[in-house]
Write a protein that binds this ligand. Sequence first.
Ligand code: NDP
Ligand code: HSE
Length: 444
Amino acid sequence: MSTTSEVTAMSDVPQGREVGVAILGHGTVGSEVRRLMEANAEAFSHRIGGPLALRGVAVSNPTKHSRTLPKELLFDDAMELIAREDVDIVVEVIGGIEYPRKLVLAALNAGKSVVTANKALVAAHADELADAAEAAGVDLYFEAAVAAAIPVVGMLRRSLAGDQIERISGIVNGTTNFILDAMDETGASYDDMLAEATRLGYAEADPTADVEGHDAASKAAIMASLAFHTRVKASDVYCEGITKITAQDIEAAKNAGYTIKLLAICERIRSAAGEDSVSARVHPTLVRRDHPLASVNGSYNAVFVEAEAAGRLMFYGNGAGGNPTASAVLGDLVGAARNKVHGGRAPGESTYANLPLADFGQVPTRYHIDMHVRDRVGVLAEVAAVCAKNGISLRTVRQEERDDAARLILLTHEASEESLDATVTELATLDDVLTVDTVIRMAE
Ligand code: NDP
Ligand code: HSE
């Protein structure tokens, strides 16, 4: 219940300048942004120092929205809405890359601040968009683009701006985490759990961007750029999805004390000569069951950060959905509106470090190699010799009997991707090796 003084304070709405807002898109995210903006109008006025005024909502099919929005607020031409003189801030929640890129650039070039949830756009064109915002002296905010409600962008841009980040390991895609977690829980196949994710509405009609890792790669590019003050694009991120993970892989991981997660790993790699480079990669990863990321279940997201002074930090929460994403968009909107009312700007892009991108072939990782071999004297020695020859040192070896064959599971020490590739290629040529079934990278 509100106290009298709170009621008095709430009714004493600041009369600062009105900030005009255009929302582009009224789908899962846009409709929640609009609803919460209206529902919390008075509180937002206090937080900003003046009221937000919705000037319009652009959609592709206005008829579909005529029950929830008055006709005068509906636009089928987003450019027309952006061009209005009384629009100060543009919220882009349409999705895609090329069309929203034109819209966002038009808004920035016209001196309007932009808030977007569009990770694909930011990961592909951060440089161009940041340059346009800088030239116009306006804000470009994109908190919702990484893990929705979890404040990852603000944490990297502001909270840890005084620290040196060494590594970020993130579960940043809810759909794939749901699938892998359900496979781990039930022992079911990838196809069955993808169907379940679709039935529950986690996976989209076309889940390619999620299951092939592209969605997580966009988020990895954004996190790596912010963490290492270096421009990293989605196309710079090594990307492998979860479509090849089998129930057998999950079982083997479990038996060895691990679970499999799709991790976005952004890492500072230091060479023997002391030179830094940046690696950003997305792939299924074996995570020890006692690691904090192993207990991130269902469609939840989590981002684990290792920084020089702060040590280890973990951020956990809802990484998708209308409400959680709207929360992040509205936080940005309040920030951009405050700057319109009081002056000031959001932190701009910081790429001063301009570190080189690490050659993926040289990135050191540990591996889990699952293979079938003939159950003969000397096989193990042969396999170990190939690993040693290619610079891979074995940590553990486990053998399971299978009629006339044996299943060998190798866990290695750190080695480069090049060493791994050479090893796997050579192992496959050995007469006694029937198949090299799976190679999965392991987290620290
Ligand atoms: P939806 O598909 O639910 O909504 C898209 C909206 O954009 C619809 O209202 C659609 O109009 C409108 N639209 C499409 N084309 C045009 C056009 N040419 N002109 C004007 N409007 C258009 O998408 P979401 O709300 O799920 O996602 C929006 C953005 O948020 C994406 O970038 C996404 O990656 C990001 N995001 C989404 C999350 C989520 O959980 N959904 C989480 C984090 C980020 P109409 O309704 O008429 O079809
Ligand atoms: N498809 C994404 C996910 C939505 O599953 O996490 C949030 O970016």
